[in-house]
Write a protein that binds this ligand. Structure first.
Ligand code: GTP
Ligand code: MG
Length: 196
């Protein structure tokens, strides 16, 4: 699935602009700057397919990528939480994000990215609750694991596992990744490849 070229399809700014719901899709959600776009680049073996940057609020549209022989969509989402962008703009994309997360029938799994240094924050919990309510199966992916020591990581893993017990839509298995060093990337690829 990840052997072929992944290509950018389109950036969507309103629900009406979503491509036809005709194939399996997975999305990457998480706080601004958590590493969503970087993770898509690492998964697909590209340096800059999805635009990543140090400025929170970089991704402002729902970006669709064609994966494999156009059998899957990968979806890069705008972040939630703090963003360096005008309030009205942020509110618009937050509404779109929530509509997307609760109203996309072909969304097979939402990967919710959590910074391995910080664990689950209140804004994350709100999104997890939205996914529970909409019955969208989700899986937590810890990002930037290259920035934490083993002991610290263990504490965050415990915190996340504890919190997930209250979320019926959560997969218990956590994926620990580093887009920078490549950790966890093969695991995540095979999780996506095994979805049906
Ligand atoms: P928004 O689009 O603004 O919501 O951000 P995003 O979640 O797409 O984050 P993005 O991929 O743009 O990455 C944010 C910053 O974190 C960039 O400076 C990345 O280089 C850095 N980053 C992302 N993943 C990793 C990682 O695994 N390790 C390290 N050390 N840095 C990372
Ligand atoms: Mg982004």
């Amino acid at each position: 699935l990840f052997a072929g070229e992944t290509t950018f399809l389109k950036g969507v700014v309103a629900m009406a602009g979503l491509p036809p719901a005709d194939r399996l899709e997975v999305c990457f959600a998480g706080r601004s700057n958590v590493g969503k776009s970087s993770l898509i680049n690492a998964l697909t073996g590209h340096k800059a397919l999805a635009r990543a940057s140090n400025t929170p609020g970089r991704t402002q549209e729902i970006n669709y990528f064609n994966l494999g022989q156009e059998s899957h969509y990968l979806v890069d989402l705008p972040g939630y939480g703090f963003a360096k962008a005008p309030v009205a703009v942020v509110e618009k994309w937050q509404r779109l994000l929530k509509s997307y997360l609760s109203g996309r029938p072909t969304l097979r799994r939402a990967f919710v990215l959590i910074d391995a240094r910080h664990g689950i924050k209140e804004v994350d919990d709100e999104i997890l609750t939205l996914l529970d309510t909409s019955a969208v199966p989700f899986q937590v992916v810890l990002t930037k694991s290259d920035k934490v020591k083993a002991g610290e990581l263990q504490k965050v893993l415990d915190q996340v596992r504890g919190k997930l017990q209250r979320h019926p839509a959560a997969f218990p298995e956590l994926v620990v990744t580093s887009s920078e060093k490549g950790g966890g990337i093969p695991t995540l690829r095979s999780i996506i490849a095994n979805l049906e």
